[in-house]
Ligand binder design. Structure first.
Ligand code: COA
Length: 325
């Protein structure tokens, strides 16, 4: 039996900080409102001329370095994103070229903020089945380019960043369980209307602000809590573990109140949950791998530790995984 193991982690966030106080100057909001409703204090925003592939590239180089693996040993790149450089070609192909690996499989995967969670699941399946040996699993976003900075209910939440892991074949686990789900019944609760075949870019679509993210935050909140809880419980059970066995929970960093509600339902102490949304906001697909990389580098997640990750996003999509570092 072969397993997939995380051999290295890396992340990258732009230097430019957009604080709650900065937002106070452009929309009708306050640091107090944002902090109490979300826990977010600041987010990172790319400079003009920088793209999702630039952040992803840096995160991948750092993950490969951490794994002590040259890019030439990779046999695939799977990148979760909702803000690719282009709709096509895939941002993963841009990485394939820039990293200088061979003509390996490379594709983007679209699963809302669960993009990394989905990519990890797919990569795990490919490695366990023997189709791949060394994969880069990436989550990268430049959400500032699809944010409506006139919509105070969304623009305060999201930021830019990228995270990556090197997933490699191993005789020992590795990934112990992975759960994915979706429910498209309420896709309009969180989506971007423009840019696809329904509403292509026209002068009118631009005037209607169709190329920005739209969300019904209050309803999304309820679904997020429920789905993060159910998938986390299912992943723990599938791995034949108890919640107590988890050393660190690395949840999708959307909202502190969502994370807190899930933590309480899982009966988990605060110190077992990794939180960095105060610094980055919600970076969608990048959120879990950035948090995981930070937790590893800060010594909060060590070799041999059992980690639970869980994510939720547009679609709706959600999922969770358990792995031994
Ligand atoms: N600053 C100040 N006031 C704001 C505001 C802002 N940035 N955004 C909204 N408000 C106002 C609303 O207009 C509303 O005013 P009203 O009562 O006069 O109509 C009031 O605050 C409450 O709005 P509501 O949407 O009910 O707030 P909330 O407690 O649900 O918090 C979110 C809003 C967006 C923070 C919260 O719903 C949320 O986090 N949802 C989940 C979103 C998410 O994580 N999405 C990504 C999933 S991957």
């Amino acid at each position: 039996m072969k397993y997939a193991k995380i051999q290295g982690t890396g992340s990258c966030a732009p230097d430019n900080v957009l604080s709650n106080e900065d937002l106070e100057k452009i929309i009708d909001t306050s640091d107090e409102w944002i902090t109490t409703r979300t826990g977010i204090k600041q987010r990172r925003i790319v400079d003009k001329g920088k793209y999702t592939s630039d952040l992803a590239m840096e995160a991948c180089i750092r993950a490969l370095d951490d794994a002590n693996m040259p890019a030439s040993e990779l046999d695939g790149i799977i990148l979760g994103t909702i803000s690719p450089d282009f709709i096509f070609p895939s941002t993963a192909c841009i990485l394939q070229s820039q990293l200088g690996c061979g003509n390996i499989m490379a594709f983007d995967l679209l699963a809302g903020c669960s993009g990394f969670q989905y990519a990890l699941h797919v990569g795990n399946g490919m490695i366990c089945s023997g189709q791949s040996k060394n994969l880069l699993i990436v989550g990268a976003e430049v959400l500032s380019r699809i944010m409506d900075y006139e919509d105070r209910s969304t623009c305060i939440l999201f930021g830019d960043g990228a995270g990556a892991v090197v997933l490699t074949q191993s005789d020992e686990p590795g990934v112990m369980s992975s759960i994915l789900n979706s429910d498209g019944d309420n896709w309009e609760m969180l989506y971007m209307p423009g840019g696809g075949s329904r509403i292509p870019a026209t002068e009118e679509s631009v005037k209607n602000r169709d190329h920005y993210l739209k969300m019904n935050g209050r309803d999304v909140f309820k679904v997020a809590v429920k789905s993060l809880e159910t998938s986390s419980v299912a992943a723990v059970e599938k791995a034949n573990l108890k919640p107590d066995d988890i050393d660190l929970f690395v949840p999708h960093q959307a909202n502190l109140r969502i994370i807190d509600a899930v933590r309480k339902r899982l009966d988990m102490p605060e110190e077992k949950v990794y939180i960095n949304l105060d610094k980055y906001g919600n970076t969608s697909s990048a959120s879990v791998p950035i948090a995981l990389d930070e937790a590893v580098k800060a010594g909060r997640a060590k070799e041999g530790d059992i980690i639970l990750t869980a994510a939720f996003g547009a679609g709706f999509t959600w999922g969770a995984s358990i792995f031994k570092l």
